[in-house]
Design a protein around this ligand. Sequence first.
Ligand SMILES: *Cc1c(COP(=O)(O)O)cnc(C)c1O
Length: 383
Amino acid sequence: MTQPSVPFLPFVRPEIDEETIQGVVDVLRSGWITTGPQNQAFEAALSGFCGGRPVRTFNSGTATLEIGLRIAGVGPGDEVITTPASWVATSNVVYEVGATPVFVDIDPRTRNIDLDRIEAAITPRTKAIIPVYLAGLPVDMDRLYEIARAHRLRVIEDAAQAFGSTWNGERIGKLGDLVSFSFHANKNLTSIEGGALVLNDEAEAVLAQKYRLQGITRTGFDGMDCDVLGGKYNLTDVAARVGLGQLKHLERFTARRRELARAYFAGFADGAAVGLGVGLPVADFANSNWHMFQITLPLEKLDIDRAGFMAELKERGIGSGVHYPAIHLFTLYRQRGFGPGMFPHAERFGATTVTLPLFTQMTGDDVARVCGAVNEICERHGR
Ligand SMILES: *Cc1c(COP(=O)(O)O)cnc(C)c1O
């Protein structure tokens, strides 16, 4: 076998600095490795990042979202409006709290929930909306909250991919109702696994702490009560230390991702790919944190399918991913009454999208190599 001339380029890779690695070692040696001082520091820093709003950490973005729903009072009999173009966690948590997801199709341009279709999906049982900012691109936040206010709906923002994104110059998390972030290894800011919920007031923060740890309240030296049914969703101090170390670099991470996204647009300008009909994301360099760079394939004009296209990229030493197949076509969802044809834009996006490499340590040459490969594959397999 011949060695490839360039190392394999994965579609994502976290950047962890030496100071953070040393910080983790210090936490491990400190004698306090689960939720403690590092979490308090992480929550305080996140709160500062979100304009001083209360923030509580969790061990995953999924737990964060689920507890957001519980705090909003969503439960059995309620409907929650959301998008079928997301990671399946977004709607799984709705079932998890006993409520029913109601999907609304996406705007094929932004790939986010089509706000113009939300009002038609509202019923007397609708309790909340979960918008998702796919790849870090927010929806029109003014319009979203106008709809929510008009219909007295809670909003639990699934901002898992939007840490560092903004709306009109204000950070996502600083505005709005409940805002849920994920710090999974692939997200723009990672704590390996983890998440954080931005809350409206101290009462909600206390409730978040209860849901996070068995519904427990401690008082004095020996007092303990349990008055709500909570779970086990607390973040370790090792993880919180990783998140704290990342936070320092967030502005640079976001700026770098925006630069790389610009390089992608330059690399695709006038190439065979766009000529054939490859779809590019919305070129937003003000609001999006460029969590991902996702293209869509004109499969009807290619003599290979998406898996074949991804295999061709892999042969050229380039990793890629799929984010995401339409949720309502999964077996669990079909068993609950959803099926093909219900949300055609999300279905088409889910069947044709490919996520290209984008992470902070990539170079401009890496981007040029990916664009060159995509153009070449389109030239070779276009018909
Ligand atoms: C990552 C992600 C989640 C879940 O976060 P985890 O930390 O993996 O549990 C939820 N929604 C979206 C849109 C995500 O990208």
